[in-house]
Design a protein around this ligand. Sequence first.
Ligand SMILES: [Zn+2]
Length: 287
Amino acid sequence: MFQWTVFCINIIIVLLSTDVTKAQDGHWSFDDVENWPRECQTGKFQSPIDIGTGGMFKKYYPRFRSQNFYTYQSATIGNNGHTVNITFSNTITVYGGGLPAPKYQLDNIHFHWRSEHTVNHYRYPLEIHLVLYDAQYPNFQEALANKGVAVLGVLVEECSDYFNTWYNAWDVIKNQMSEIEKVGTITQLNQRILISNFLPYNTRRFVRYSGSLTTPDCNEGIIWTVFTNTICIPSHQLNALKQIRGEDGKKLDSTYRPVQPLNGRIVTLSKNIFNFDAQTNWFKFIF
Ligand SMILES: [Zn+2]
């Protein structure tokens, strides 16, 4: 009897302590945003945000350039308990786009369903994040500690297969989603993929603001680029992504953080490279 009581008390203690510490020990979930730690609660410049398209400040930014975005790359996909994460064996580099450092490296590509950024309060079915870090640092963590992280966000609409009949990265990922259903699983993709499949055709048009990581520890000083042109994913491929399971063994229904207050931050819209000049009735090239 005594042993049984002690056993029960132990169980209760374990249950209570896991509940209290789950946000602090690296275990967190999208169902639990109000218990996320540190800057997630205290930060003033958090992400994501609602992008209101009225009255945005416009600014000219140079074009993005990249290495290995348009060549087939070998990659792994993994289930980290919160999303599907893609990493590449080659070094993938990004320059330009008005980012402060001369050269960035791609750390990973991952997904949020539904979208984290909303446009005039509209939430898209999916958002892709390409996580970049300043190449002067040896890795993502060091760059994060030195405010050297930038994220490219791509908003994704659902579409019919008609628009997506060519062979692409979504197909390759879908074929192997069953291998990463469980938390902590990771698998090498059988076919190489194009990173450009995750980007809109026009990457000159985007919104820029300073924010945070959208998952714990919500570190601030992240430079956000959200492209205004969307891409699309056929429904069956979107559903394939959503099959992964979280730490509790349940399917991850939604993987987005609610929008955060702007708190006076300025959101800029990239200005077109050509501006109409009323005096000459012609388009003026801006450098
Ligand atoms: Zn993300």
